[in-house]
Design a protein around this ligand. Structure first.
Ligand code: GDP
Ligand code: MN
Length: 378
């Protein structure tokens, strides 16, 4: 679950990480009121969208007075930044910057450890630094049982060659950032830039936080849930409780099980097509689930054909077929459907389809079904 910068900063603040005083606004008047409340110009007006490079896109502006806040807020609210419409802005006291650093923690699954990255080259995309000057990123791997000690953090800061004036502030923030990462059940915490001010203070100027929604039972995520950015298709699927991820292609995918759904996406690509989505209807797919899945998929105007890929284990072929037949009665599908139905009661399932859902094209293998669906999408 991705947080907006302002949520990330509020999250950081709870762990004692220094951020600039500020607040979020959804209207121009609110923005001016926030700036007046901060009462410490200049302030910075920042577009809240979950995409980087906001500055370059004109979504981050300094303002010296209320009129200038009004002007920038007017321009930034409603702005489109890489396909994201700005609905909220964050206004905070502007900082003086001497140096910009980068700091993050994330999970390195293959190492089974947490990975910390720190660089004296912040303020730019870390991928660009990794490309142009990989040695400029100091990495440490942290055993999740032990966590980092202060000494480890100090050595890490030295390895990253931060300005010595930043050492104490950086060590303090990195330890707090690690605490936020672990205690907050985050998958990623990133500060870019982490700044050193001319007065020698270190603090977070940006916040990128991804929380693990599976740990939601330990936290109150309702506020973040309410502001999740989803495309219309994902929103519709989410409301139906479907495991759906929107993609850019033209072949709609319905499969039972995440692994099979992934393979289905792969095989569509393999035969030269493009999947419109990932959708796992799980085990025991009944008519309601199937109808819901078909509704979501046909709601996507880019979909030109649908590939239903079912391997019945616990799920029985006849039940799936009945589900499809009922779903077809309920939902108006304007595109051809190809099905590969295999496993438990597959033969019975195919008979039911032939009888009650004759428009559905049945193929014996996944490959043949993928080829047919891709051909039909063309
Ligand atoms: P991003 O580009 O979307 O990641 O947005 P950031 O929040 O990282 O801001 C981008 C850049 O804007 C920073 O690297 C800074 O150079 C600049 N910036 C952001 N906030 C301030 C501020 O308070 N004062 C000054 N002088 N520059 C800022
Ligand atoms: Mn940034």
């Amino acid at each position: 679950m991705d947080l907006f910068e302002y949520q990330g900063k509020q999250f950081f603040a709870r762990y004692g990480i220094p951020v600039s005083p500020g607040d979020v606004a959804t209207t121009v008047d609110e923005a001016v009121a926030v700036a007046e409340r901060i009462a410490d110009y200049p302030v910075v007006v920042k577009a809240q969208v979950q995409v980087g490079g906001r500055g370059k896109a004109g979504g981050i502006k300094l303002a010296d007075d209320a009129d200038s806040v009004r002007e920038h807020a007017t321009n930034i609210l409603g702005m489109d930044i890489k396909g994201h419409t700005v609905e909220r802005i964050w206004i905070e006291h502007a900082s003086d910057i001497a140096e910009e650093y980068y700091a993050s923690f994330t999970l390195d699954r293959s190492a089974k450890q947490h990975l910390g990255m720190l660089s004296a080259q912040g303020g730019v995309e870390i991928e660009a630094v990794a490309e142009s000057d990989p040695d400029a990123i100091a990495k440490i791997w942290i055993d999740p049982v032990d966590g980092p000690t202060e000494d480890v953090a100090r050595e890490w800061v030295a390895a990253a060659k931060l300005n010595p004036d930043a050492t104490e502030g950086a060590v303090d923030i990195l330890l707090k950032l690690y605490a936020a990462y672990v205690e907050g059940d985050a998958d990623l915490v990133e500060i870019n830039p982490l700044i050193l001010t001319p007065e020698g203070k270190v603090h977070a100027l940006d916040a990128k936080v991804t929380l693990d929604a599976n740990a939601g039972f330990r936290h109150d995520l309702s506020e973040y849930e309410a502001t999740q950015e989803r495309d219309v298709r994902e929103q519709a699927a989410h409301e139906k409780g479907l495991q759906y991820v929107g993609l850019d292609g033209s072949v709609g995918v319905i499969a039972n099980g995440a692994g099979l759904a992934m393979s289905t996406v792969d095989i569509i690509n393999q035969v030269g097509g493009q999947p419109a989505n990932f959708l796992d209807i799980g085990g025991g797919a009944d008519a309601d689930v199937m109808a819901g899945a078909l509704e979501v998929i046909t709601g996507d105007p880019a979909v030109k054909s649908i590939f239903i890929n079912i391997f019945g284990g616990i799920t029985k072929g006849d039940e799936v077929a009945n589900g499809i037949a009922i779903a077809l009665d309920r939902v108006d599908i304007g595109v051809p459907i190809v099905i590969r139905l295999d496993g438990t009661n597959a033969a019975e399932g195919r008979e039911i389809l032939a009888e009650k859902a004759a428009s559905v094209i049945s193929k014996p293998t996944m490959l043949e079904a993928a080829e047919a669906a891709v051909e039909l999408a063309r």
